[in-house]
Design a protein around this ligand. Sequence first.
Ligand code: NDP
Length: 294
Amino acid sequence: DHHATVIDGKAIAQTIRSEIALEVATLSEKYSKVPGLAVVIVGCRKDSQSYVNMKRKACAEVGIKSFDINLPEDVPEVELIAKVDELNANPEVHGILVQLPLPKHINEEKILSQISLEKDVDGFHPLNIGKLAMKGRDPLFLPCTPKGCLELLSRSGISIKGKKAVVVGRSNIVGLPVSLLLLKADATVTVVHSRTQDPESYIREADIVIAAAGQPMMIKGSWIKPGAAVIDVGTNAVNDPSRKSGYRLVGDVDFQEACKVAGWITPVPGGVGPLTVAMLLQNTLEGAKRVIGQ
Ligand code: NDP
C-alpha cells in the first residue's frame, strides 16, 4: 500500500532553530549585540495570546531578545501608531510584529504601513508585498508562513521550477504571498478561492498543492494527483468530545485519504505551524545582521 512521505515540520523547524541559535551566538560574541523582536498585541484574543506566547518562547530558545507590548482592546489608533514609531526608533529592536487581526476601530493597512521596512519581519508592509509581486525585485522580508511552505518543499528535496502549483486561498497573509513566491520560484501557479467553480478540477492537475482556505478537510484524497506534494496550511479546530479540550486541529486536506495518493504531505498540527515561527526568527536574525556590525 502506498503511503506518502509525511513531512516532519517540527523536526525541520528544530533544525532551523539550531542554525539560528548558532548565528545568534556568533553575533553576540563578535559584537556583544543580540537580535531583538518586538511583538505587539492589541486586546486579549485567546488565539493571538497563544501564538504570541509561542513566538516569545521560540525567541528565548535561540537567544533573540523579545519585547512584549500589550495594548488594551480599546487603544486609540494614534497610540498604536506612536508605539510603532517608538519601536521603529529603538536600535535594540530589529523586527516588529503586530499580531493580526486588529480590533475593528484600527485601520490595519495604516498600521502595517507604519512599520519601518527594515523591521517588517512579517513581510506585510505593502512595499514588501509589492516587491514580492514584481519581477527582478526582492523584498527585504518574505512573509513567514509562505516562506515556511517553500522551506518545507526545499528541505524535502521537492523542486518547484516548471511544476504546476495550485494554491487554495488568496488571503493577504498566506494564499496571495505564497502564490507570488511560487511564481518567483518558476512554478506555473493557479489560485483557487471561494468563487472558483469546480476547485477539484484544478487541484487534480497540481504537482504541488498549498491548502490555505481554512475549511476543515475540504480537499479529498481523490482530488490529489498521485505523487503530488501537499502542504496543508489550514489549522481548523473541530469538535472532538474524546479530547479533554473538547476539540482537535485538522487541516484543509483529508490527511488519511490523501496519504494514500500524495508523494509528500504535511500533518496538522506539526507541519507548517512550526515553520511559521522558525521563519519569524530567521527574518529577525536577517534584519539584525543587516544593521549589527555595519
Ligand atoms: P482567510 O479566511 O483570510 O482566507 C481564506 C481563503 O480561502 C480566502 O481567500 C477564501 O476565498 C478561500 N476559501 C474559503 N473557502 C474556500 C473554499 N471552499 N474553496 C476555495 N477557497 C476557499 O484565512 P487565512 O489565509 O488567514 O488562513 C487560512 C488557513 O490557514 C486557516 O485555517 C488558518 O488558521 C491557517 N493559518 C495557518 C498558519 C500557520 O502558521 N500554520 C498561519 C496563518 C493561517 P475568498 O478570498 O474568495 O474569500
